[in-house]
Design a protein around this ligand. Structure first.
Ligand code: ZN
Length: 431
């Protein structure tokens, strides 16, 4: 009787509202997303650093910690999720769900690749980058950077090795250790003010700033959830004055802190899309995050506004001579085109075509740095491997995408906000 009644009620519901009878296609994505978060948390138990940030349910993290599946089982799960995503009918999804699906496809592909690497599978540099970050980086030969070095040579006249001359020149622009905190705080405050003028930031968003040592990176944003970040600045090596705004925008505004806070507010909370509560470091999300964080500097300080701000506010705070700010800025801008040297050296070194000594020498020569800094760069490459492409190629892709909005700054900020507050894949940036 009960059964019959239930069947009759179901039949009536079917006639009255057919859409309610079958689960919406988008609901399949909810299930896949939940399983993806569990998979990611468990993979994080198999590889330290796999999970960059997580602020979802605490019991999911506890369960992953207590019973993480072995790598082969996790690999099988990524294959299952990839097949499940393939079976989701894109034509039955809302436009925002189409983006959500594309994002999940890239994240799952990255998990397949990273777990294969954990299982001992070897990839070429380009295959690894494509599997993890969703884009195949072009690799230029080192000689392609020689004309840029020749241009920089003209900016820093003198005898002897160019990298030595450049680093001696740069040393005059180091922020004294006891001025680092006020300079960093002033830089971040300006980055925030410029971002807030264009993007409504989540209520109560905030960050803590800490200075650390003995890390392979120069700065890091640890996103804590609830619109809060811990920004760490590494003081192992001297911090040049030009890095203050770079770090403030990159780690803070409109960079990592804002991206994470907006994704949490607009996707995790507003739509219940749990996959955004976890951030697997080796995934296309990092290309979007690093690319937008680096491009954010140019967006927040267009044209000569960065050097103007540095000269007016940061140089006096750091006790440096503002009269020479433009000279130093010209050098900083000229060296920007050398950024993708990291990809070339990483490719050669990780594939065994270049030994450690030669890799350090190549980084010192082509990134125009001291040996100590080149060693730091190589230690970053050893730790993060093809992740290096996210900074330069990611930035180029985000810049091209945002600047296709036209010359209006408002239009560019609007595009940037879309990049950092919606599911965005590297393929979306090609549009
Ligand atoms: Zn970053």
């Amino acid at each position: 009787m009960i059964l019959r009644l239930a069947a009759a009620a179901a039949a009536v519901a079917l006639l009255a509202a057919p859409a309610l009878a079958a689960p919406r296609e988008g609901a399949k994505l909810d299930r896949i997303a939940k399983d993806f978060v569990r998979l990611t948390l468990e993979a994080g138990e198999r590889e330290p650093g796999y999970v960059d940030a997580y602020y979802g349910p605490a019991d999911w993290a506890a369960a992953a910690k207590a019973r993480p599946r072995e790598v082969p089982a996790l690999r099988a799960e990524t294959d299952r999720l990839a097949a499940a995503l393939k079976a989701v009918d894109g034509k039955a999804l809302r436009p925002d769900e189409v983006r959500r699906k594309a994002f999940l496809v890239g994240q799952v592909k990255a998990a397949q690749t990273r777990l294969a690497m954990l299982a001992g599978q070897k990839f070429s540099f380009q295959d690894e980058a494509e599997g993890l970050f969703g884009v195949r980086p072009p690799i230029k030969p080192l000689g392609a950077y020689d004309p840029i070095l020749a241009e920089i040579d003209k900016l820093v006249p003198g005898q002897g090795d160019l990298a030595t001359r450049v680093t001696a020149f740069q040393a005059r622009y180091t922020i004294p250790a006891d001025r680092l905190e006020p300079v960093m705080k002033a830089a971040i405050a300006e980055c925030k003010a410029r971002t807030e003028a264009h993007i409504a930031l989540p209520k109560g968003e905030r960050f803590d700033l800490a200075f650390v040592t003995k890390k392979p990176w120069s700065g890091y944003n640890w996103y804590k959830g609830g619109a809060q970040s811990l920004i760490e600045v590494n003081t192992d090596l001297p911090t040049p004055i030009s890095r203050a705004v770079d770090l403030g925008c990159h780690e803070g505004y409109p960079g990592h802190h804002v991206l994470n806070a907006l994704l949490e507010e607009k996707l995790t909370k507003a739509k219940g899309w749990v996959e955004f509560s976890v951030y697997p470091l080796f995934s296309p999300q990092s290309l979007i995050a690093e690319g937008s964080a680096n491009y954010g500097v140019k967006l927040a300080f267009p044209g000569t506004e960065k050097v103007a701000f540095e000269r007016r506010v940061l140089y006096p705070l750091a006790g440096l001579d503002p009269a020479t700010a433009e000279t130093y800025d010209a050098l900083v801008r000229a060296t920007a085109d050398l950024a993708s040297v990291q990809n070339t050296v990483a490719d050669l070194y990780l594939s065994g075509k270049m030994d450690k000594e030669a890799a350090v020498a190549a980084l010192a020569k082509y990134a125009l740095t001291t040996r100590a800094k080149a060693e730091k760069s190589l230690s970053f490459i050893e730790t993060y491997r093809s992740y290096v492409i996210n900074y330069n190629l990611g930035q180029d892709m985000v810049r091209a995408h945002v600047e296709r909005a036209g010359p209006s700054l408002d239009a560019r900020w609007k595009r940037m906000e879309a990049v950092i507050s919606q599911p965005t894949t590297p393929a979306d940036l090609a549009r």
